[in-house]
Design a protein around this ligand. Structure first.
Ligand code: ATP
Length: 343
């Protein structure tokens, strides 16, 4: 395994800046997940590491070597795409064996067989080894695609939403498997997803990209609890963080220059209409959403537009149309350019 470093990497497509001055240092054995909206530059970042794109500026380093001008095949990375890419004329066994039979590798057939069987066991595909690749379910095909990356034991794994085409159950299973395999093998992993559960459970660190820039890199806990921008605060958390204009809640204490107040659903408390305090806010319940062990209460601040969501236990739930008082137990402050204001 190896460490991976990008220094000052930029990539433009015509006038479109896909990646801007990206600096990231990933330790050997680390699992880094890139999150960001569509078009943020996540796939381009993976392609730059793989050598499928050439940066306009900056350098890519793998295991201490500058690989910026090196051909993809010589970089010792594997790339798992969102859409499985199997050889349709080969069976599962030969698909898994294919990367090992490259003339560059010179591996004996016995060693190939041992590795293929080991990976097939990991992926619970031993009974499918003789199936033609075309006679598999979508989930099985994607497992073979992941398996083809695993047999190679590369320095760095690059994965671009590898689980997104799977159904929920398989996705959960394979997410746990991937984490286990990564821990067992000590693989260095750069992984792209839109799924925040995946990001939170897999990552040692999460990098949030926005318009081609890395806006924050930190542990899942840091990124969730201590976001640097509105974009980062909005990326993690379900339900999404509530964002209110400062002018909507003038009664809340906040430093000068704060324009937006962010508050997560679990940091709001509902009380009865007669529980007003100087810094509570009145609201009217719009509707309720029942989750397994709690409710999400959708509220509208009196006479004002934004709807906010509070999570609460069944014991404290209010009904639609009811007037309530809201206490803000923890807030995040942002300035006019959506940057965090810390006290
Ligand atoms: P998604 O989540 O939708 O896959 P992403 O974060 O992976 O998005 P990229 O695919 O890296 O985003 O694209 C970043 C920007 O670069 C986008 O504006 C995209 O349109 C542009 N782009 C990417 N590849 C090319 C290309 N080959 N030619 C022109 N523009 C491109």
């Amino acid at each position: 395994m190896a460490d991976l470093k990008l220094t000052g990497v930029s990539k433009n497509f015509g006038s479109q800046a896909a990646v801007r001055d990206l600096n990231i240092d990933i330790a050997s054995g680390e699992f880094v997940v890139l999150l960001g909206p569509s078009g943020a530059g996540k796939t381009t970042t993976l392609r730059l590491v793989a050598g499928l794109e050439k940066p306009d500026a900056g350098a890519v380093w793998i295991d201490g070597r500058d690989v910026t001008t090196m051909a993809p095949a010589l970089r010792d990375v594997t790339f798992v795409f969102q859409q499985y890419s199997l050889y349709p004329h080969l069976n599962v066994y030969d698909n898994l064996a294919f990367p090992l039979r490259s003339p560059l590798r010179k591996i004996s057939e016995d060693a190939v067989r041992a590795k293929v069987l080991e990976v097939a066991r990991m992926l619970r595909m031993e009974d499918k080894l003789q199936n033609p690749a075309t006679r598999l379910s979508g989930g099985q095909m994607q497992r073979v695609a992941i398996g083809r990356a695993l047999v190679r034991n590369p320095s760095v794994y690059l994965m671009d939403e590898p689980l997104s085409s799977l159904d929920a159950r398989l996705r959960n299973d394979l997410r746990l498997e991937l984490k286990r395999i990564q821990q067992d093998t000590g693989a260095t992993m750069l992984y792209v997803t839109h799924d925040q559960v995946e990001a939170l459970t897999l990552a040692n660190r999460i990098g949030v990209l926005d318009h081609g820039r890395l806006v924050q890199l930190g542990t899942p806990q840091q990124v969730y609890q201590d976001p640097d921008t509105v974009a980062v605060a909005s990326r993690l958390g379900s339900p999404r963080i509530n964002l209110l204009a400062r002018s909507d809640v003038p009664q809340l204490p906040a430093p000068d220059g704060v324009q937006t107040i962010g508050v997560r659903a679990e940091h709001l408390k509902i009380g009865p209409a007669n529980s007003a305090t100087p810094d509570s806010v009145s609201a009217v319940v719009q509707r309720l959403e029942r989750l397994s062990d709690q409710y999400l209460v959708h509220l509208r601040l009196k006479d004002r537009a934004p709807e906010i969501i509070v999570s609460c236990s069944p014991a404290h739930v209010a009904h639609a149309g009811q007037e309530v008082q809201i206490q803000f137990t923890q807030c995040l402050w942002f300035d006019a350019s959506d940057q965090r204001v810390r006290a």
